[in-house]
Design a protein around this ligand. Structure first.
Ligand SMILES: [Fe+2]
Ligand SMILES: [Fe+2]
Length: 333
């Protein structure tokens, strides 16, 4: 049987009715008083508190946990929302007691977990780095979909196009990994990138389903025009989610702008593009290359990054592209 790191006297078992978010141990700010209670998961979905709210949690203690094989810790979903600064006062599925909404959310979360851990390619990535990013995305999706409007939008996107929904989960994970690598360590920034990835192509749920399932090489000029509209469609749609941070709306609006000022919809100059939109743009292009689309079965991650750096490096921010190279351990030529 597993033992509490605090010893038997301090065990504080909780039943699993509370929902918990799994986070990589490196996500926790150390050496400062923690604002939330932290748990580990035992057998049978039971959780034991290992650090109490207001306690000092040192780097040594975190290292000791990691040595014991405890690479992941848990926060309650409410505490995760507070940790990433997400304000859900407008639409909280749990407070409404909305059984049908909760069932839909559960189905979406289960389908997303399956995609995250089975379809998002991560050959060559340190397994802990990938799992920490994927679980952060899961927790962010859990927070976002307590908003009924956001839940409805994402379920509609999933029903509209499997591949676009999978792509959005991929962009979210790759963006979180890049942010970790460049040490954007504030939880609120990582959370905005996770949401930006999940929602950046939400406007595509308004596009013709048949067109989306076809190769882009077969699209007409009109199809391309319709496709380019997904950016501003999505930006407008996000006005309906009252809790969405403005930075996330900017990501959606600018994710197809590029550093050569040749993107769409506004050919915005590099200096005027939101840094988070520039980061998402790298993850977005990478994701198109490595995941299955109507155009391809997906390239090897290393080849995709080499192609990006050789052919399109003027379009993308070098720091974020360099971080992707490091994450996938691309050999320098
Ligand atoms: Fe897009
Ligand atoms: Fe995209």
């Amino acid at each position: 049987m597993a033992h509490s790191p605090l010893g038997d006297d301090d065990r504080n078992f909780r039943e699993s009715q509370t929902s918990y978010c799994k986070l990589g141990i490196d996500d926790f700010v150390s050496g400062r008083k923690i604002k939330f209670s932290i748990y580990v998961r035992l057998m049978n979905d039971r959780y034991v508190k290992v650090a109490h709210k207001g306690e000092d949690i040192s780097i040594d203690r975190l290292r000791a946990y990691k040595k014991k094989g405890l690479a992941f810790l848990y926060l309650s979903q409410d505490d995760f929302n507070a940790y990433v600064g997400f304000n859900l006062e407008f639409s909280d599925l749990r407070k409404e007691g909305d059984q049908e909404g909760r069932a839909r959310k559960l189905a979406l979360m289960q389908a997303s977990a399956e995609i995250l851990f089975k379809k998002i390619r991560h050959e060559g990535v340190d397994p802990y780095v990938f799992e920490a990013a994927a679980t952060f995305v899961e927790a962010s999706l859990g927070a976002l979909t307590d908003d009924r409007v956001a839940l409805d939008m994402l379920v509609a996107l999933q029903n509209h196009s499997d591949f676009v929904f999978t792509h959005c989960l991929g962009v979210s994970v790759y963006s979180v990994m890049i942010s970790q690598r460049i040490k954007w360590s504030l939880p609120t920034n990582k959370f905005k990138l996770a949401l930006g990835g999940l929602l950046h192509d939400i406007g595509e749920k308004e596009l013709n389903q048949h067109m989306l399932s076809q190769s882009k090489y077969d699209w007409s000029d009109e199809d391309w025009k319709a496709y380019e509209s997904h950016v501003l469609l999505g930006y407008e749609m996000l006005k309906e989610i009252k809790s969405i941070p403005e930075d996330v709306r900017q990501i959606v609006k600018q994710h197809h702008e590029n550093c050569a000022a040749k993107g769409f919809p506004f050919q915005t100059k590099k200096i005027a593009i939101h840094p988070m939109a520039k980061l998402i743009a790298v993850a977005d292009e990478f994701c198109y290359k490595v995941l299955k689309t109507p155009d391809s079965d997906g390239m090897l991650p290393v080849e995709a990054i080499q192609e990006l750096t050789e052919r399109s490096s003027d379009l993308f921010d070098k720091e974020y592209l360099g971080a992707l190279e490091e994450i996938f351990k691309v050999p320098r030529t």
